[in-house]
Design a protein around this ligand. Structure first.
Ligand code: UDP
Ligand code: MG
Length: 336
């Protein structure tokens, strides 16, 4: 559908966790882009989601909102993690398209008009694909590279390589996304799962404006586990295959042991072989149990049916000095 909506609205959704030093550098750049787009018939606004920051990010955001009527602010009751913070932000975009951006300036806001141009051509999910990543260690680049390759192998859902959350979602893609209420949210996978017209836009990823990444090795590892378990049951199947092959091997081995005993008698030897087999099987069983446990644990968390997040403060755009009780609307859980 190449439908151009009459008055096009775009909300730039930014999840921020302890970004008090980056945001004052980033917002003026976004404001310039919004000014430029206004001349092009796009009414743009920014929605900052404070994901339970403890470094004065909320005060910085209040300052930004006081100086710019296009800024809305949402503050979650605690740190829920980027995926949930983004969900909370996207839940509030009920009109027009949404553009997701990192708060640290790694995704250059200056490229937003190019995302919008592709949206106007009829694409629903315009995602930025990194052709380079400045200021990141080779270990991160390597693990990221491996992760995307493994995901593409394991999952049936398309997870484009080297593509993060920097993207524009059309109104119907947003409406679809809002209906996915799972607790374990691997957003990159969810974006792919909803389908529609997708296109990638190559860009150079900058270094952070300030501060440090919150995704260290351990968090990335858990993130990767989340991705695999949310979008693939291949590890469970792998356990089956390992079981089948070990059983076959064990059967052949048993035949050999019996034949040997019949031909040469049984002299109670083979203690080392026995130990090796027992330990090997024990190890395999524990690994398989662990894999099942990963899935079972997620099932348990989903079954509790808790809301995804709670809102502490909500400050819609267009009000000068922000304070505010959370609007009933903001804490609503769509589709739940
Ligand atoms: N972020 C968040 N909640 C968290 C961790 C991170 O909202 O618990 C935000 C963070 O403020 C930033 C974005 O997610 O805007 C990406 O985080 P970061 O730059 O640390 O990750 P990286 O770019 O290194 O993958
Ligand atoms: Mg970053």
């Amino acid at each position: 559908m190449s439908g151009v909506l009459p008055a096009e609205r775009l909300t730039i959704v930014i999840a921020a966790f302890d970004e008090a030093r980056s945001l004052p550098l980033l917002h003026p750049r976004i404001a310039m882009v919004m000014d430029a787009m206004a001349g092009d018939g796009i009414a743009a606004g920014v929605l900052y989601v404070d994901d339970g920051s403890a470094d004065g990010t909320w005060e910085v955001l209040q300052g930004l909102a006081a100086g710019d009527r296009r800024v809305s602010l949402l503050r979650l009751s605690r740190n829920f993690g980027k995926e949930i913070a983004l969900t909370a932000g996207l839940d509030l975009v009920t009109e027009g398209a949404a553009m997701i951006l990192d708060a640290d300036g790694q995704d250059p806001p200056e490229l937003i008009p190019r995302f919008v141009a592709l949206w106007r051509q009829g694409y629903d999910d315009v995602h930025g694909t990194r052709v380079s990543r400045e200021g990141e260690r080779w270990t991160k680049k390597l693990t990221a590279h491996l992760f995307y390759r493994v995901m593409q192998r394991l999952a049936k859902t398309p997870v484009p390589a080297d593509t993060g959350d920097y993207r524009l979602l059309s109104p119907r893609a947003l409406a679809a996304l809002r209906q996915l209420r799972e607790r374990h949210r691997f957003m990159k996978g969810l974006f792919g799962w909803i389908g529609f017209n997708r296109v990638s836009l190559p860009y150079e990823r900058n270094a952070r404006l300030a501060g440090r990444t919150k995704f260290g090795f351990w968090r990335l590892w858990n993130f990767a586990l989340e991705g695999v378990t949310s979008f693939s049951t291949a590890p469970l199947r792998l356990a089956t295959y390992v079981g089948v092959f070990t059983a076959l091997g064990a059967f052949a081995f048993a035949l050999w042991v019996i034949a040997k005993a019949m031909l040469f008698g049984d002299r109670v030897a083979g203690w080392p072989t026995m130990m090796a087999v027992i330990l090997f099987l024990g190890g395999v069983q524990l690994v398989a149990l662990g894999v099942i446990g990963e899935y079972l644990g997620r099932l348990y968390e989903e079954s509790k049916q808790r809301p995804l997040y709670f809102v502490r403060d909500w400050h819609p755009a267009g009000q000068g000095a922000p304070v505010g009780a959370p609007a009933a609307d903001a804490s609503r859980i769509a589709g739940a």
